[in-house]
Design a protein around this ligand. Sequence first.
Ligand code: ADP
Ligand code: MG
Length: 238
Amino acid sequence: MASIKYDHVWKRFGEVTVLKNLDLDIADGEFLVLVGPSGCGKSTALRCLAGLEEITEGRIFIGDRDVTDVPPKDRDIAMVFQSYALYPHMSVYDNMAFGLKLRRVPKAEIDRRVKEAAEMLSIGHLLDRKPKALSGGQRQRVALGRAIVRDPAVFLMDEPLSNLDAKLRVQTRAEISKLHQRLKTTFIYVTHDQTEAMTMGSRIAVMRDGILQQLDTPQNLYDHPANMFVAGFIGSPA
Ligand code: ADP
Ligand code: MG
């Protein structure tokens, strides 16, 4: 578990400034939703935290540790994307075990963690299958499972449900919330879907054009939006 701090973070790609002085404090064990229109910089914000992008200015902390210059593999973060990127030739079990094998985790420990995560996600009966024999929802669970087995301090989820149909989205949302309650790890959940944000987040960070507009509880965002953009965005259907 760990708190997270973006401290005056700027990110530029050449001439394009994508993150503009991002200041964000996320509490240990919090479920924070980062929401905003497509292209506003949500994925970039996550990728910077994960170390997949170098920031241009500012610092990033995980707990008390300044990770600004720490390589991704040493940040104790797991990230789940909308494209599941499972290895097609590997079974579900091997997909989930792969990262642990690379880290030379002992076989018995890998087995224990994979089975525990599979049970948590109700995919215990699918461990021998190849990804192509799974539904979209099942594949997304395997992707979640692959993150869970690593037992990271921080979970980052970048629009993980956007490839699922509406019914499955609602169901999987509830499961992710349950997962958070069970793991008690810090989650940052990115979405462009207002409904998803309002139902899942204990706090919501609203971003527009690389600038954080407001960070508050769903209720306070609704009752006291900081500006017209927040009011319009929160008030409009997805
Ligand atoms: P979001 O996830 O909110 O849709 P992104 O973080 O993916 O937004 O992108 C924000 C902006 O940064 C977009 O204008 C995008 O084109 C730009 N961007 C993202 N990654 C790169 C990159 N590697 N090189 C140049 N521009 C990028
Ligand atoms: Mg994105």
